[in-house]
Design a protein around this ligand. Structure first.
Ligand code: TYC
Length: 112
């Protein structure tokens, strides 16, 4: 989408003067979005990561398993995109839950 006002029409007013009608289109403000990333490590059990993805990211079992495998193979994956506040909450929930279970699982957020 262009930032420029949209030229609607050129009209001739009868004595050679052109009238240009321009409609301004105010920019819609959207809040910035944040990717929540899950990072691979060598120690967190696969089933634990699958459980985290089901519990905190609302994935079904097969989605969760697929994303867990992507993290395992590629080193990291985006597990969701949220507002700043929701992303922060997800990261905190995952990190707290992992710590409670003494797994080194890491979760971070990054502006999209
Ligand atoms: N690499 C881990 C293992 O082999 C599994 C794992 C997957 C860990 C995803 C973290 O975010 C992660 N047990």
């Amino acid at each position: 989408m262009t930032d420029w006002p949209e030229k609607m029409s050129d009209k001739e007013d009868g004595d050679g003067h052109a009238e240009v009608v321009v409609k301004t289109r105010p920019k819609t403000q959207r809040p910035p979005l944040y990717k929540v990333l899950m990072l691979n490590d060598d120690y967190t059990p696969m089933e634990f990561v699958v459980h985290v993805l089901e519990r905190f990211f609302g994935m079904n079992h097969s989605q969760a398993f697929e994303i867990m495998l992507t993290v395992h193979k590629k080193g990291l994956a985006v597990v969701g995109v949220f507002s700043h506040e929701i992303a922060e909450t997800k990261v905190t929930q995952v990190m707290d839950f992992a710590r409670q279970h003494q797994h080194p699982l890491q979760c971070t957020m990054e502006r999209e």
